[in-house]
Write a protein that binds this ligand. Structure first.
Ligand SMILES: C[C@H]1O[C@H](OP(=O)(O)OP(=O)(O)OC[C@H]2O[C@@H](n3cnc4c(=O)[nH]c(N)nc43)[C@H](O)[C@@H]2O)[C@@H](O)[C@@H](O)C1=O
Length: 317
């Protein structure tokens, strides 16, 4: 069994590669030109790496001719919501075109690969109070260009399933965190700032954005287990929420992380971290996925944040 992970060097990609290798699945992955290999350096002897720009249809087709994967985990994307306001067109082109080229290559080569499309809870956008925890059937009311790009990825997946019968499964993953989380995302950003303060690398002021937002966090190691199970057990053409079902204010993320540190820290709002519009509350109902696969999260919110702090303490040592 051979798997292809697009964006294998990313946060989720690196954890998924580790998990699939543990399951004795052969792993290939794409990276972009000049990508950092930091998260996958330890895996290099065991994986096949392809430098492939997903925006380039010929490059994608050539890579697919070489790999001919049984399983495709399409993770590569511009995934930071604020960047999607600074560069909406880039976000659309990157997230939508890459997927079109991938699915077109599957079609042209006549492959029967099972494909997982990593969609996002951001698609739900403006969720009403009486709609939580949200089910897959909830209306989509996107309030960021990133959310719109993920809705396009989602419906392209649906369309290729319907039109060409491709074995496509879409997962709507809620926020996830854990070791190696990119430093721009809230959990990792706060954790890194705390460690920098502990180490005397910056003054004892921790900058924050909107602490009122509420999110549902799953540990990345639970998420990659869910992705593996999705292609093993889920039905083509369907969409599934992957979530913990628990809601935390961002203020609570901050307090939990601070609770693991003895440093004295002042909190300050940094206006540049506030967004033109921010989803107020996202908490997911993952019962459809649980019913299909038996999956449930195993790593607690607290454990995940503690592991993330430990990661930064090691990285910055
Ligand atoms: C499911 C979804 O999950 C992620 O998107 P996100 O929810 O935007 O993640 P985040 O960690 O950037 O923000 C979470 C919340 O935290 C608030 N917040 C406060 N203070 C800071 C702060 O200082 N930095 C950041 N980044 N956020 C802050 C911020 O305003 C927002 O309300 C991506 O994986 C995305 O790819 C995805 O699909």
């Amino acid at each position: 069994m051979k798997a292809l992970i697009t964006g294998i060097n990313g946060f989720v990609g690196s954890h998924l590669a580790e998990h699939l290798l543990e399951q004795q699945i052969e792993v290939a992955g794409t990276i972009r030109n000049h990508s950092t290999l930091q998260h996958i350096r330890h895996l290099l002897p065991d994986i096949h790496l392809y430098e492939c720009e997903l925006r380039d249809p010929q490059a994608v087709e050539q890579m697919m001719i070489e790999v001919r994967p049984d399983l495709i985990y399409h993770l590569a994307a511009q995934s930071f919501v604020p960047v999607s306001w600074d560069s909406p067109a880039e976000t659309m082109i990157n997230n939508i075109l890459g997927q079109i080229h991938l699915l077109e290559a599957v079609r042209k080569l006549g492959l029967s690969s099972k494909v997982l499309i990593a969609c996002s809870s951001e698609e739900y956008g403006q969720v009403e109070e009486d709609e939580v925890p949200v089910k897959e059937t909830n209306p989509l009311r996107p309030i960021s260009p990133y959310a719109v790009s993920k809705i396009a990825q989602n419906y392209l997946g649906y369309q290729y399933y319907k039109t060409f019968g491709q074995h496509i499964i879409r997962t709507r993953t809620f926020n996830h965190t854990g070791p190696r989380r990119g430093e721009q995302f809230v959990t990792s950003n706060f954790a890194k700032q705390i460690v920098e303060i502990e180490m005397g690398l910056k003054p004892p002021v921790l900058y924050v954005g909107n602490l009122d937002a509420q999110r549902d966090f799953t540990d990345v190691r639970d998420v990659v287990r869910a992705y593996r199970m999705a292609l093993q057990y889920c039905e083509a053409g369907e969409i599934y929420n992957i979530a913990s079902g628990q809601c935390h204010e961002i203020r609570e993320v901050l307090q939990t992380l601070l609770g693991y540190s003895t440093a004295t820290i002042t909190i300050e709002e940094d206006k540049s971290r506030l967004r033109p519009s921010d989803v107020k509350v996202l908490v997911g109902d993952y019962s459809k996925f649980h019913k299909q696969t038996g999956w449930k999260p195993e790593i607690s919110f607290e454990q995940s944040l503690e592991d993330l702090l430990r990661y930064w303490r090691t990285e910055l040592a």
